[in-house]
Structures are given as structure tokens and as C-alpha cells.
Design a protein around this ligand. Structure first.
Ligand code: HEC
Length: 111
């Protein structure tokens, strides 16, 4: 009984370790996909991969740093906008960083 209890404990702590590892991996995967998910909301207006088919500007050739700076400026109202100020106000610093990085990678891929 004592032995069983001990084994049970070891198994539990092992499980906890595995869960912690899985948690770390999931967090990283979410970080990548969150930028991508946010980017798909931009495509509604800016076109797929930010290549605009219409009057709204294309955003596919903007570096990550510049994109983050532009979105921050829209959010703070420093950059005047009809739509983007409202849209950008919905994102946290972290989300802006993630979507900006995603667009930065698209830029490097030449999409
Ligand atoms: C509802 C439509 C809409 C959505 C959704 C949208 N935008 Fe915009 N975006 C605009 C419009 C319109 C402008 C022109 C500025 C203005 O009037 O707001 C613009 C301007 C921009 C600009 C400046 C481009 C330039 O050359 O000056 C950037 C960068 C940008 N948007 C990024 C994004 C990102 C990133 C997202 C997604 C997180 C996004 N936009 C989502 C409509 C949209």
C-alpha cells in the first residue's frame, strides 16, 4: 500500500512535468498562430496576405517593426484614420507585436 502510494505520487509528478512541457509547447504554437489568425481579420479589407484588390492600401510589404509602430500610432490616435483607429484599439501590445511579426515574415517570403 505504501509502495503503491509512492508510485502513484511519482506517476503524478511525472504527469505534471509532461503537462508543463505540453503547456509550454502549446503556448509557443498559439503565439505563432495567433499572429496569423489576427492577420486573417486584416485580409477582409486589405486583401489576402495584405495584397489589396481595391482602394484600401496593400500592407504586404511592411516590415514587422514598421507595422507595429503604425498599429500603435493608429491605436493611440496619433495617426489619423477612418477605420484603423477603431480596429487597432481592439488589440493588446502583445497582439500587435504578433500580427506585425507575421506580416514581417510574409514580407520576407515575398508574398
Ligand atoms: C474594416 C476594414 C479594415 C480592417 C479589418 C483592417 N484595416 Fe488596415 N486600413 C483600413 C483602411 C480604410 C486604411 C486607411 C486608413 C484609414 O482610413 O483607416 C487602413 C490602413 C492600414 C495601414 C496603413 C497602410 C498605409 O500604407 O498607410 C496599415 C499598416 C494597416 N491598415 C494594417 C492593418 C492590419 C495589420 C490589420 C489587421 C490587424 C488591418 N489593417 C485591418 C481598413 C482596414
Amino acid at each position: 500500500m505504501f509502495l503503491l502510494g509512492k508510485t502513484g505520487k511519482a506517476a503524478l509528478s511525472c504527469l505534471a512535468g509532461t503537462l508543463a512541457l505540453a503547456g509550454a509547447a502549446t503556448t509557443q504554437a498559439q503565439e505563432i498562430s495567433r499572429g496569423e489568425v489576427i492577420a486573417t481579420t486584416c485580409y477582409t479589407c486589405h486583401g489576402t496576405y495584405g495584397v489589396s484588390p481595391g482602394a484600401i492600401p496593400s500592407i504586404n510589404e511592411i516590415s514587422a517593426d514598421r507595422m507595429a509602430a503604425i498599429l500603435q500610432a493608429y491605436r493611440s490616435g496619433q495617426r489619423v484614420a477612418t477605420v484603423m483607429g477603431r480596429h487597432a484599439s481592439g488589440y493588446t501590445d502583445e497582439e500587435i507585436r504578433e500580427v506585425a511579426q507575421y506580416f514581417g515574415k510574409l514580407q520576407k517570403r515575398g508574398k
